[in-house]
Ligand binder design. Structure first.
Ligand code: PAF
Length: 308
């Protein structure tokens, strides 16, 4: 393990260097597997947080939960080319491994797993894990038809390498989290998937690595997504049960910001992603928009008592 220097006051008042363990960075699959085998044979409970790097408070909330509930924490940093479409932002995707390393160190992550694209997809790689179309071809899957197959393939590989007891995902990517939960059950991958609440800026904007693409003017328009979702929540709370009426109000709110181009505004059954004729049960209200160069998504889940 590598150590870095920090200072600490000694008994005679002089500052004395204190060694703070820096997070261990593992870049080969073999080395990662060796660490996991050792932890498993010592009966350690392993928590895993998959990321594409550019860590922010949303990721940190997942890491903190992993730290609290598991003995060992692995965070992966891998910008997965398989989940980006040809016209998407793979090349521009923000990365800052130095900052990620600093944050992982301060959150006491045990291992930052940073594999290369060639290691993850070596020559001859030919297998894909595909979720059911009812989950992957709706909502974000309509404009990104191959995206979730890229996600399930890489997450299945990462779970196979890190063999965690628990894996942590954020609710901001609700559809992704549901698809991963389904995959873990369907393929008996034997880990628990925990989905944690979206972390927001003080004005409600969901934290996302892609927020860094926003200009000042776009950033000012961005809280409209959460405001529109809060409007939907309010309507549900006062008894609105007609999905179209609610979605019209959400759309109208978003349209007050001329920079926002709406991709979709939808209400679904939060367990199945099926359309709903009446707003009852566990309702997902989800939005995707384009705001300048940033594609932003957000959602809320509201439990609507049936018969109310
Ligand atoms: O949510 C993400 O950052 C990615 O989709 C994930 C889960 C790390 C897979 O590449």
């Amino acid at each position: 393990m590598i150590a870095e220097r920090n200072s600490m006051a000694s008994s005679n008042g002089a500052t004395k260097p204190k060694r703070v363990a820096k997070v261990k960075i593992v870049s080969t699959i073999r080395d990662m597997q060796t660490v996991i085998e050792r932890w498993r044979s010592n009966r350690k409970k392993i928590g895993f947080v998959p990321t594409m790097g550019a860590l922010h408070e949303g990721h940190l909330s997942l890491i903190r939960e992993a730290r609290k509930t598991c003995d060992r924490v692995v965070v992966s940093v891998f910008v997965n080319p398989m989940q980006f479409g040809p016209q998407e932002d793979l090349e521009a995707y923000p990365h800052d491994l130095k900052k990620d390393t600093r944050l992982a160190t301060s959150e006491k992550v045990d291992v930052l797993f940073v594999p290369t694209v060639d290691a993850m997809y070596p020559e001859g790689f030919a297998t894909q894990v595909k979720g059911g179309a009812q989950y992957t071809q709706t909502m974000c899957g309509e404009s990104r038809p191959d995206h979730f197959d890229g996600v399930t393939t890489v997450v299945a590989k990462l779970l196979g390498i890190t063999r965690p007891h628990k894996a942590f995902f954020g609710q901001k990517d609700f559809q992704q989290a549901l698809i991963v939960q389904r995959m873990v059950v369907d393929l008996n991958l034997g880990c628990e998937v925990e989905v944690l609440p979206t972390v927001r800026e003080s004005d409600g904007l969901a934290k996302s690595s892609r927020n860094s693409y926003l200009s000042e003017e776009e950033r000012r328009a961005a809280p409209a997504l959460y405001q529109a979702l809060k409007l939907a929540e309010g309507m549900l709370q006062v008894g609105e049960r007609n999905p179209q009426d609610m979605l019209n109000a959400v759309t109208k709110r978003l349209r007050t910001e001329s920079l926002i181009e709406i991709e979709y505004v939808t209400a679904k059954n939060a367990n199945t992603l099926e359309d709903v004729n009446i707003l009852a049960g566990r309702v997902l209200v989800a939005i995707a928009v384009q705001l300048g160069k940033a594609r932003l998504i957000d959602n809320i889940v509201v439990d609507v008592p049936s018969g109310s």
